[in-house]
Design a protein around this ligand. Structure first.
Ligand code: AMP
Length: 114
């Protein structure tokens, strides 16, 4: 999707600090990190929001979480802990409309989130 920022990153038309890539997923460092570690894990397929997921995406979403687990281990935060977040639509805090999993770590997380 030409108008989608994250599709452009998938297509390597816009640069990103990529740390992991496979046939279905891409992971890169967030450009405006909210924690010492802030990685975005995205499907290569364009899916706008959580509301657009279909049952056929079940395995893909599982792969995204397993990818986050792998990256957390690679970055050495699996034991101390980390947070995974998917924002949905405006009130959920979503600003880029290509579904993405935030992996946040390297500092104490707080609850409730803002
Ligand atoms: P959300 O608000 O949940 O949609 O998250 C979108 C995230 O994308 C934000 O944390 C932004 O900082 C991040 N972001 C926006 N543009 C880029 C970019 N070009 N490269 C990496 N991360 C980006």
């Amino acid at each position: 999707m030409d108008s989608c920022l994250f599709c452009q990153i998938v297509a390597k038309k816009i640069p990103a600090a990529i740390i992991d890539e496979d046939a279905h997923l891409l992971a890169f460092h967030d450009i405006a990190p909210q924690a010492p570690i802030h990685v975005l894990i995205i499907p290569k397929e364009h899916i706008s929001t959580l509301n657009d997921l279909e049952p056929t995406h079940t395995e893909l979403m599982g792969k995204m979480i397993m990818k986050a687990q792998k990256i957390a281990a690679k970055l050495g935060i699996q034991e101390k802990g980390y947070r995974l977040t998917i924002n949905c639509n405006r009130q959920g805090g979503q600003s880029v409309f290509h579904i993405h999993l935030h992996l946040l770590g390297g500092r104490q997380m707080h609850w409730p989130p803002g």
